[in-house]
Design a protein around this ligand. Structure first.
Ligand code: NDP
Ligand code: GDR
Length: 337
């Protein structure tokens, strides 16, 4: 029998890479997909297996982290060996506009899942997608012992979910772990997070489809890593003998400005000619500097990152340039018809 995993947030950046990783290891993977009025499975279409296929190893289910009963039923039906809770309203700026919704899905949603595991009586290990945003204004470098000081409804919701996870480990002996992941990006990153917003704009400017890019705070410091490497760390946490919490980061700081300059330069463009400031993209309270110390993940899990910020920017620009070229070629074919 293959190992069985349930991934919430399977349609997101990390969910799609994690599903690929687990399938490559011979897992049966179940993914929780929320209902949407338009298709929201673009990142996993290439691994989709239809309901008519025999011996499916990748199965999708409609459910929602807001619906605790659906979670209990799902767990009872699937009886997974491992659960990865990646589902969340994950955008920090948006969390100021939708604070209660963010608290409900990102915070309480994690508790609903933990409680659903308890209520269903399924023995499983659970990974909670915790975040460096929990550190907020705590000065860098941040590690597992750094006190939390969140600066957004999103950060506060993640702190709630973090402690719920620790509590279920302590109260019920559950194998429940927090991965405290610093920013990680890829060509599959959502288009409104700053790295992808920049690399997508670079590709469009290069192709003559756009001239200006409007951004907010360019002085923020982040520790950007490569998403496919970070999902490997999630998996390693659930394979360890003891449940524990781990920071996952590169330890390499960069400002938003540095990422912008690297991305534009890689495409032969001058950022100064195209980038403009718009206060709309500022947050009511900002997180100035996140730089992770991932020594514990390195020493205990043997995990270490290889792709650092400048290479990451180049990978993402190259992918977006290809994407724009494909889109333009597709448009030309449509016009030809
Ligand atoms: P994404 O925003 O790309 O994906 C979020 C996923 O959650 C999507 O599949 C989304 O579905 C799903 N989701 C949203 N609301 C609900 C809901 N009510 N019920 C069920 N699912 C829902 O995030 P990432 O892949 O980047 O991140 C994965 C997790 O890791 C998130 O919890 C995020 O907060 C956390 N994290 C991310 C970091 C990063 O740098 N990427 C760093 C640290 C933590 P849909 O596709 O329909 O929108
Ligand atoms: P973050 O990522 O808030 O760190 O959360 P984001 O890419 O949104 O912002 C990073 C920094 O860039 C600044 N910034 C802008 N951000 C956006 N989105 N758009 C802009 O135009 C812009 N201009 C400047 C921001 O102010 C910020 O300082 C991400 C998410 O993936 C979370 O889910 C995750 O938990 C954390 O990373 C770790």
């Amino acid at each position: 029998m293959s190992t069985c995993a349930l991934i919430t947030g399977v349609t997101g950046q990390d969910g799609s890479y994690l599903a690929e990783l687990l399938l490559s290891k011979g897992y049966t993977v179940h993914g929780l997909v929320r209902r949407s009025s338009s298709f929201n499975t673009e990142r996993i279409d290439h691994i989709y297996q239809g309901p008519q296929e025999a011996n499916r190893s990748f199965v999708l289910h409609h459910a929602d982290l807001a619906d605790g009963v659906a979670l209990v039923n799902l767990l009872r039906d699937i009886r997974p060996d491992e659960v990865y809770n990646l589902g969340a309203q994950s955008h920090v700026r948006v969390s100021f506009d939708a604070p209660l919704y963010t608290g409900d899905v990102t915070g309480l949603g994690a508790l609903r899942l933990l409680e659903a595991i308890r209520a269903s009586g399924v023995r499983t290990r659970i990974y909670q997608a915790s975040s460096s945003e929990m550190f907020g204004s705590a000065p860098p470098p941040q590690n597992e012992l750094t006190p939390f000081h969140p600066r957004s409804p999103y950060g506060a919701a993640k702190v709630y979910a973090y402690w719920a996870t620790v509590n279920y480990r302590e109260a019920y002996g559950m194998f429940a772990v927090n991965g405290i992941l610093f920013n990680h990006e890829s060509p599959r990153r959502g288009e409104t997070f700053v790295t992808r917003k920049v690399t997508r704009a670079v590709a469009r400017i290069k192709a003559g489809l756009q001239d200006r890019l409007y951004l907010g705070n360019l002085d923020a410091v982040r520790d950007w890593g490569y998403a496919p490497e970070y999902v490997e760390a999630m998996w390693r946490m659930l394979q360890h003998d003891e449940p524990s919490d781990y920071v996952v980061a590169t330890g390499v700081p960069a400002t938003v400005r540095q990422f912008v300059d690297t991305a534009f330069a890689h495409a032969g463009l001058d950022a100064g000619e195209h980038v403009r400031y718009d206060p709309k993209y500022e947050r009511p309270s900002e997180v100035d500097a996140l730089i992770g110390d991932a020594s514990k993940a390195r020493d205990v899990l043997g995990w270490k990152p290889t792709v650092l910020v400048d290479e990451l920017a180049r990978i993402m620009v190259d992918a977006d340039v290809r994407l724009v070229e494909e889109q333009l070629a597709g448009a030309a074919v449509r016009i030809d018809r």
